[in-house]
Design a protein around this ligand. Sequence first.
Ligand SMILES: [Fe+2]
Ligand SMILES: [Fe+2]
Length: 132
Amino acid sequence: MIWSKKFVTNVGPIDRQHQLLAALCDMYRVIVDLGMERELCALMLADLARDANAHFDVEDEMMPCRSRMTALHHHRADDDHVFRELRRYQARLAESEWSADDARDCLDMFERWLVDHMTHLDADIHSDVIAA
Ligand SMILES: [Fe+2]
Ligand SMILES: [Fe+2]
C-alpha cells in the first residue's frame, strides 16, 4: 500500500507498527502474485490476525491511564470488525476453494481497515498517549 504522511500519529512505536502492518500486506501481495498455495493463505490470515492483535495490545499499554475505559473503548469496535472479517475469510478458506482473488480481496479489506484505523481511531492517539 502507498504510505502517506496523513497516517503518521507522531507516536514512534505506533507508527512503526502501522508501517509493519502495511509492509505485511505488501509482502503477501507479492507472494499472491507469485502463486500462493493454500497453506500460505492460512498463514497469511493467521499473520494478519496475530499482528493486528499485537498492535492493539501495544496501543492499549501505551495509554493505560487516560482511563482504562478510554483504551478499551478505543479499540472495541475496531477489534470486532477486523477479526470478524478475518474469521470470515478463514471460514471460507476452510470450506471452499480459495483463489488468488480471494487472497487479494482479503488484503484489500485489511488495508481498508488499516487506513481507517490510522486516520480515524488513531488520529488523536498522540494526545491520548501524552495525556496518559
Ligand atoms: Fe488504535
Ligand atoms: Fe494503531
